[in-house]
Write a protein that binds this ligand. Structure first.
Ligand SMILES: CC(C)(COP(=O)(O)OP(=O)(O)OC[C@H]1O[C@@H](n2cnc3c(N)ncnc32)[C@H](O)[C@@H]1OP(=O)(O)O)[C@@H](O)C(=O)NCCC(=O)NCCS
Length: 185
């Protein structure tokens, strides 16, 4: 398979934040932003792979600043990493106040998308052509994130076994802001 450049699938989605996207506090629902992120990740991954893609994992979703009604939200997506059938799509989200011109960076998240064939089975994607130092840095960072996620998953599985109530798991709750109603729970 011929490699494809990061530039060839780079995708930007811009959407006006309308009142129906707001929650009771007047700010934009996190779910609206997540849905837009999923859309742009799908578009970017589909362009790279030439296949129908599905979302398998979402990482780094931390909303650092609220988005307001009337702001223009832009989601910039690019392929950061490719495996055999999976692609990590990095998405930078910014919100712009068109009247003042101020721009805020609300979050950067990473969606892992898998290319699928007509039988909904994972299918191979083209390698990634890294044309700039930023492309290479993002690929290396994605590899490290993947490696650390695996280590974290293994550590968590080990720790989980120590959290069983019957093995004294309740001890660790002593300084937490909770009340255990019955030790038999
Ligand atoms: C995506 C899906 C087809 C993968 O099927 P599978 O049998 O797990 O396939 P594999 O184990 O071969 O994994 C496929 C790829 O996904 C990656 N993957 C699987 N789970 C993952 C996870 N939690 N995080 C990151 N990558 C993951 C694998 O590493 C593999 O990547 P690679 O080929 O680049 O090495 C299947 O899990 C699925 O249909 N999930 C539901 C997707 C969905 O409905 N999403 C929401 C709506 S779009």
């Amino acid at each position: 398979m011929a490699p494809k450049s990061v530039t060839s699938s780079r995708t930007t989605l811009t959407e006006l934040m309308i009142p129906s996207y707001a929650n009771f506090g007047g700010k934009i629902h996190g779910g609206i932003l997540l849905s837009l992120m999923d859309k742009v990740a799908f578009a970017c991954a589909s362009k790279h792979s030439g296949a129908y893609c599905v979302t398998v994992s979402v990482e780094g979703v931390n909303f650092r600043q609220a988005v307001e009604v009337g702001e223009l939200v832009s989601l910039m997506a690019s392929v950061n990493y490719v495996g055999r059938t999976s692609m990590v799509i990095g998405i930078k989200v910014i919100a712009e106040n068109v009247r003042t011109g101020s721009v805020k960076h609300t979050n950067t998240s990473y969606f892992t998308m898998v290319a699928t064939d007509d039988d909904h089975k994972p299918t191979e994607v083209p390698p990634l052509l890294l044309e700039s130092p930023d492309d290479t840095r993002r690929f290396l960072e994605a590899m490290k994130r993947k490696e650390l996620k695996e280590i974290h998953r293994e550590e968590f599985d080990n720790e989980k076994s120590r959290l069983r109530v019957e093995d004294g798991g309740l001890e660790v709750l002593k300084n937490e802001r909770c009340v255990v109603k019955s030790e038999e729970l």
